[in-house]
Every structure is written in structure tokens, then in C-alpha cells.
Design a protein around this ligand. Structure first.
Ligand SMILES: C[S@@+](CC[C@H](N)C(=O)[O-])C[C@H]1O[C@@H](n2cnc3c(N)ncnc32)[C@H](O)[C@@H]1O
Length: 280
């Protein structure tokens, strides 16, 4: 199966807000439910098994160089942070979910990569203005509910003239569609915009309207050959991927709904990946 993902890169303007102005968001929101979702299952193994090359692609796309100060936002277990560190950058990885940061620490140690790990909500980053040369996020920041606040934070912590790079699942691609199916069973937080909107053409540039220059976008595909068929795909996500597990937990008492979600996920996989004419 191949899954499209869109990378958007922008350059921060020559001047941003006054130094030391602090987070641009409205302050910390209660993210405990989101944090609990991502701690379910075994996300580090999903990242390793299915998308381990994505972080490296993003690091390359952002032109990360030795010595660059890099922030990986919603870093999970360091899919982008670790290759950035191995490329010689001085890397900070931040994420909402301590369990994933712990997995990242272990993975970085195993890979011989030096990364500073920090628990943080992307809506309200605990870093001064203009701290980083490159601010990136690999299918990460897209999952925070308040897109506008996150975009402002990416910009705020990036130095003037620095690079912001975001890699996101597209709405029409396989993961975008899977999230849309899941949403029918697990309501998103109130007011949250759909995560795959970050993968729409022009979306990040619109969020940062007029505040960045040199916007580049490209769409690439991730090839995944791991699953023998739709049911195997569904069962893998059902066992390991937090948002899928959370949806099943939400409906656990209703056998009909559970059967419905089983069917919907397998059908989606069948239509999008194992049909005679895949829709890519
Ligand atoms: C699909 S994972 C991506 C992780 C990693 N970037 C990768 O490429 O494997 C989404 C990540 O977003 C994090 N996340 C979700 N909401 C967040 C928020 N508000 N602030 C920071 N991280 C958040 C989750 O904890 C999770 O690690």
C-alpha cells in the first residue's frame, strides 16, 4: 500500500515577536485525554514498522545541517529527532506523552544520537522566542486540536530566517480516511479541527498568513508492504495505534458498533489498498 503525505516548508520572516515574549497560545489546555490516547498500544513499534523513513525524509527536506538547533514538535519516540541528531544537529524533541519520550530516549541511546527530551504541549511550547534554526514535525503537530495556536508556536520558537517543516497525512490518503472512519466512533475534543487538514495544499501557509516566506510543498507516498490483507491491517492498528484502540474502547459495550468498526476499517483497507484499482 502507498500512503500520501504532504511536506510543507516555510521560512520564518526576518523579525518575529519581541524576544522573550513567551508562548503565543492562550495558555495550557487540558490535554490529559489526548495524552492517554497516545500512550495506548505501542506507537513506537508502529513508527518503527511502518514509517521509520519519514522522519529522515523531513530532516532532509528541511536541509538540517551539523550544528543547527532543531526542535522536533510532537516528536513521539524521535522519528525525526534521531536522524536530525545523527546529521549533527543539536536537537530537542518534545511531545505530550511521557511514555513515548521514554521510548525515544532508549531508541536514541541505541542509535548513538544525542537528543534532549522535553514533555510539552505543542499549543504552548516551553521555549523562548527564536530559539531554533529549524522547527519540524513529522505527522505530529497535526494531532493537536488547536491548529492555529500550534502554528503560531512553531513560528514563535523559530529564529528569524529559520525553517519550519511539517509533514502531514493528507485528508484523501489512507491514514486521513482511517482517521475519518475512527471519528465516527470516537468524538474528537470539542472545537478540534480534523488532523488531516494539515495535509491540505496551502494549509500551513494559510495558518501563518503573511508571516512567512519561501513556502514549498510537496506530496510523496509511503509504501507499506507489511500486511497480507485488510483484516491483518485492521488487527495491527487495533492492537497498537492509540487512536484506533481508543475508538474501540469507547464502544466496547456495544457489540454491534464494534462489529461495525471492524467492518469499516477492513473495508477501507480493501478499497484503498487491495482493490484491483487502488485509489492513490
Ligand atoms: C502519530 S504520532 C507522531 C510521532 C512522531 N513525530 C513520529 O513521526 O513517529 C503523534 C504524536 O503527537 C503527539 N501529540 C498529540 N497531541 C499533542 C500536543 N498537543 N502537543 C504535543 N504533542 C502532541 C502524540 O503524543 C504523538 O507522539
Amino acid at each position: 500500500m502507498t500512503i500520501p503525505a504532504r511536506t510543507t516548508g516555510v521560512t520564518a520572516p526576518a523579525s518575529t515577536r519581541p524576544a522573550g515574549a513567551g508562548p503565543a497560545g492562550t495558555g495550557p489546555a487540558d490535554m490529559s485525554a489526548q495524552r492517554a490516547i497516545w500512550a495506548l498500544g505501542d506507537y513506537p513499534s508502529v513508527a518503527r514498522d511502518l514509517i521509520s523513513g519519514l522522519g529522515e525524509r523531513l530532516v532532509r527536506a528541511c536541509g538540517v545541517r551539523p550544528g543547527d538547533r532543531v526542535l522536533d514538535v510532537a516528536a513521539g519516540a524521535g522519528n525525526a529527532a534521531i536522524p536530525a541528531a545523527l546529521a549533527g544537529a543539536r536537537v530537542t524533541a518534545c511531545d505530550l506523552t511521557p511514555e513515548l519520550l521514554a521510548a525515544g530516549r532508549a531508541a536514541a541511546a541505541g542509535a548513538g544520537a544525542e537528543v534532549a527530551w522535553r514533555e510539552a504541549d505543542a499549543t504552548c511550547l516551553p521555549f523562548p522566542d527564536a530559539t531554533f534554526d529549524v522547527v519540524l514535525s513529522c505527522v505530529g503537530v497535526m494531532f493537536a486540536p488547536d491548529h492555529q495556536a500550534c502554528a503560531r508556536e512553531l513560528l514563535r520558537v523559530c529564529r528569524p530566517g529559520g525553517t519550519i517543516g511539517v509533514l502531514s497525512w493528507t485528508p484523501e490518503g489512507f491514514i486521513g480516511q482511517m482517521l475519518a472512519v475512527t471519528k465516527q466512533y470516537l468524538a474528537p475534543p470539542p472545537g478540534a479541527r480534523p488532523a488531516p487538514w494539515w495535509g491540505r495544499p496551502g494549509y500551513l501557509a494559510d495558518l501563518l498568513a503573511g508571516q512567512v516566506t519561501a513556502v514549498t510543498e510537496r506530496t510523496e507516498a509511503v509504501r507499506i508492504d507489511r500486511f497480507a490483507g485488510p483484516a491483518e491491517f485492521r488487527d495491527y492498528f487495533k492492537a497498537r495505534y492509540g487512536p484506533t484502540i481508543a475508538a474501540y474502547r469507547q464502544i466496547a459495550a456495544d457489540a454491534e458498533r464494534v462489529a461495525g468498526l471492524d467492518r469499516d476499517l477492513a473495508d477501507l483497507a480493501a478499497v484503498m489498498t487491495w482493490a484491483p484499482a487502488p485509489r492513490w
